[in-house]
Design a protein around this ligand. Structure first.
Ligand code: NDP
Length: 287
């Protein structure tokens, strides 16, 4: 079997167009645009590059973007007071605090200052709790939300399916597992202490990899006909590869996200969608 490629690049382009149209309608109706504030302390290269991508995609969709790039030695109190100010600022719809934060800044203190209503990256415990319960107006972290959108837009039925998620981080693995559960999949979560990872993976009609280990999962660990969502971003000899060994997996799976061009392009788009959603909720709450 040769798998269908789940093309994240094409889906992201479609969704960018949809969001740009919704932003134009929002602006027409409310007289302002949904805007994100991205805050970082220090110049971590991955954070710098991600912020650049966010700026590009938000501006292309007609959304607002403001970068607060603080020096590496910024005291915690200053970061916290900026997050508090942005949380109150009417022109800021969403806030994203980039990690890693420098060692003198406690991420918990920053989270405590962040308004859950503007937490478009879905990292605040209030959003994580609501996501776990599957109730209320929560923001799901952009990466797993993108994985779910990929499944939904390809019409992949989840109800009653066995889903195996490899990875249990708060930002990818765990929220993905709960999002799948809310769609009535039967979910197993694997991690570094899972015994016989291959046997557990082979149970999955849907197999999700969120590990950060190049090609950890190969075709022999995949159930024939499974749908494979690979969130992994790893570099091997300068080439970006996933957590799944694409070539052997594509021989067994019925559909698979490539790396690159799979789940990656959707992360940005889901951040845009969350920011638009935040702006809409803030307008509704102010009435
Ligand atoms: P973390 O390092 O926070 O979590 C990795 C998880 O993988 C942990 O739960 C860990 O288990 C588990 N793990 C590690 N080794 C093994 C193993 N040998 N077998 C089974 N499980 C294992 O990573 P993230 O969740 O932040 O990111 C995961 C991947 O997704 C990375 O490659 C990252 O670059 C990528 N990513 C991609 C994005 C995108 O837009 N596509 C966005 C964000 C991340 P334990 O808990 O026991 O330590």
């Amino acid at each position: 079997m040769t798998a269908t490629i789940l093309d994240g690049k094409a889906l992201a382009a479609t969704m960018r167009g949809e969001i740009a149209a919704e932003v134009a309608a929002f602006r027409e109706q409310h007289g302002f645009v949904p805007a994100i504030a991205v805050l970082r302390a220090g110049e971590d290269p991955a954070s710098v590059s991600y912020a650049r991508q966010i700026a590009k995609s938000f501006e292309a969709a007609g959304m607002g973007f403001a970068l607060y790039a603080l020096p590496e030695n910024t005291p915690e109190a200053k970061v916290v007071s900026l997050v508090k100010r942005l949380s109150r600022d009417k022109a800021t719809s969403g806030i994203m605090v980039q990690e890693p934060l420098p060692k003198q800044v406690n991420p918990e203190a920053v989270l405590a200052a962040l308004s859950p209503a503007k937490d478009v990256d879905g990292v605040h415990p209030v959003n994580a709790g609501l996501l776990m319960q599957g109730t209320g107006d929560y923001f799901a972290p952009a990466t797993p939300a993108g994985g779910m959108e990929m499944l939904r837009r390809h019409g992949i039925e989840l109800k009653g399916k066995r889903a195996v998620v490899v990875g249990r981080s708060n930002i990818v693995g765990k929220p993905m597992a709960f999002l799948l559960l809310h769609q009535h999949a039967t979910v197993t979560i694997c991690h570094s202490r899972t015994v016989d990872l291959g046997a557990v993976c082979r149970e999955g009609d849907i197999l999700v990899a969120a590990v950060g280990k190049a090609r950890l999962i190969d075709g022999s660990m995949i159930k024939p006909g499974a749908i494979v969502i690979d969130f992994g971003v790893n570099f091997v000899e300068g080439k970006m590869v996933g957590d799944v060994d694409f070539d052997s997996a594509a021989e067994v799976a019925s559909a698979i996200t490539p790396v690159s061009g799979g789940t990656g392009p959707l992360t940005n788009v889901m951040l845009m969608r969350n920011t638009l959603m935040a702006a809409r909720r803030q307008v509704a709450d102010s009435r």
